[in-house]
Design a protein around this ligand. Sequence first.
Ligand code: NAD
Length: 276
Amino acid sequence: MKDLNNKVAVITGAGSGFGRELAILCAAEGMRLVLADIDAAGLDATQALLPETTEVLKQHCDVSKAGDVAALADATYERYGAAHLLFNNAGVAVAGPTWTTTVQDWQWVLGVNLMGVVHGVQSFVPRMLEQGDACHVVNTASVAGLLSVPASSVYCVSKHGVVTLSECLHHELQVAGGKVGVSVLCPAFVNTGIADAARHRPSELADANPLAAPFEARVKKAVQSGKISATEVAQMTMDAVKAGRFYILTHSNIKPAIETRMRDILEERQPTNPMP
Ligand SMILES: NC(=O)c1ccc[n+]([C@@H]2O[C@H](COP(=O)([O-])OP(=O)(O)OC[C@H]3O[C@@H](n4cnc5c(N)ncnc54)[C@H](O)[C@@H]3O)[C@@H](O)[C@H]2O)c1
């Protein structure tokens, strides 16, 4: 997708971090926006950063709920009659040893990070295919979708799921022969609100890993010392969308660790710890 002017971008998790920066860049392209989040104040803050002339539809949407995402698609098509660029971006994170993870850790993180993407694809891609014009889906995974990081199994499982879902979707869209493309965004640590994801954890899924604290503190430190900004990640994402590139690896210094994992698998070696 090269010419984005006047096209429609739908962004989940638009109330903070990457979602907010993507909204700013899409607005700069002259796109009409649909901003979705569970954080209404965050959406207002994002809108306040956009030019007043940008057309914006803000919608409360919990991506873990299929009905909310279906309603988001309905609202998008009712307002604009089309959706061209979908960012399945909303995400949350937990940390801690696998053997003390709780069922609710898994339900919360897989519900948002993986099922959120599933719901986005189910609700938007059939209509994008029907539309017949060029469309693109960007699924936010992580380098955690390409590596296996200790004390991050819940998050890694969710993001590995997003990577393989996106690869499958890519193949399917190629076979279908339409004009819908897909990319998968795989950043490493970036200073956003992700380390404070628990701020939005639903009370019915509050039972968290009892050993999470030291590992979450480590993640927070790593996130805060991220060298690449959310703005830069968003810019690299828009560049990849325009170039029709599938894999978006924003942190090239991580590539050797990915290669080592692949070599470990192919040579049937013991797995190398990417974050010793
Ligand atoms: N920041 C990083 O280091 C990093 C690295 C790799 C991948 N990611 C991924 O990037 C994506 C964006 O995260 P971010 O870093 O901008 O964090 P962030 O916390 O700043 O933004 C995430 C947004 O998602 C929203 N959200 C949370 N649960 C939701 C739900 N159920 N439904 C709808 N919205 C919900 C939050 O309210 C927030 O506005 C996530 O998928 C995250 O896993 C982040």
